[in-house]
Ligand binder design. Structure first.
Ligand code: PGA
Length: 252
């Protein structure tokens, strides 16, 4: 199964979210493409609306972009995992580099959020990745393995965890597109250490309709986590089609 999803980050309105969701629902009326698990991560304000539009039993899983580890309380501006679940989320994105850089997320808060998410029966989508200077110095594997180990500390069963390797130098409009050979060492290390333990290992960072297939061909890559190239529903559907063409066929 290849997991292919998008976070909309801090973009869109309720109207644009509903429009995207209704087009996606209609395009996937016969189910998700074989071998592909779609997921979308709207802003928290649109989560419930997107859930309503997709409907119960949708093949598309929904996620929250962040959630606090506490169930409830005096945490102004936060939402809890329980609230995200109540609004329709099945997964929680945790530790995106933008959260780590601009909102003081640490390995410790990431770990708390991973454990809280698992405790509520949701899937953590754990994001890890190194800055460009670490990549240039050849330190990517150590950096990424360190982040994952810290995030999963005290987690007995990581079977529901998704790990997204998102090198910071490759993310966003100022990012540099990664070449497949830039990714092989990290995915080899992640696969060796965690391949049997987690649901899937995803790649994210300037993924687009042109480089998706070659990225999915990197050994260990089990899906794509996409920003800009999936913010229009046609672009996302094209990525689902590309993944479907490469998805492992059961029994073969
Ligand atoms: P991008 O974002 O695809 O727009 O580079 C990726 C991400 O931040 O997950």
């Amino acid at each position: 199964m290849l997991w292919v999803g998008t976070s909309w980050k801090m973009n869109g309105t309720l109207a644009s979210a509903r429009d995207y969701a209704s087009r996606l629902r209609d395009a996937l009326a016969d189910g998700a493409p074989a071998g592909v698990q779609p997921f979308i991560i709207p802003p928290a304000t649109a989560l419930a609306a997107v859930h309503d539009v997709l409907g119960d039993g949708s093949p598309v899983l929904l996620g929250a972009q962040n959630a606090h580890w506490a169930d409830a309380g005096a945490w102004t501006g936060e939402i809890s995992v329980a609230q995200a679940a109540d609004a329709g989320a099945a997964l929680v994105e945790i530790g995106h580099s933008e959260r780590r850089e601009f909102f003081a997320e640490t390995d410790e808060t990431v770990n708390r959020k991973v454990r809280a998410t698992l405790g509520h029966g949701l899937r953590p989508l754990l994001c890890v990745g190194e800055p460009g200077a670490v990549f240039d110095a050849g330190g990517s594997v150590d950096h990424v393995l360190g982040q994952v180990a810290a995030a999963l500390a005290g987690v007995g069963d990581a079977g529901r965890v998704l790990i997204a390797y998102e090198p910071i130098w490759a993310i966003g409009e100022h990012g540099r597109e990664a070449h497949p050979e830039d990714l092989t060492d990290v995915f080899a290390a992640l696969a060796a250490e965690y391949g049997d333990q987690v649901t899937a290992l995803l790649y994210g960072g300037s993924v687009n309709q042109r480089n998706a297939a070659e990225t999915l061909a990197v050994p260990g890559v089990g899906g794509l986590f996409v920003g800009r190239s999936a913010w229009q529903v046609e672009g996302y559907l094209e990525l689902l089609r590309i993944a479907a063409g490469l998805a492992p066929v059961p029994g073969r």
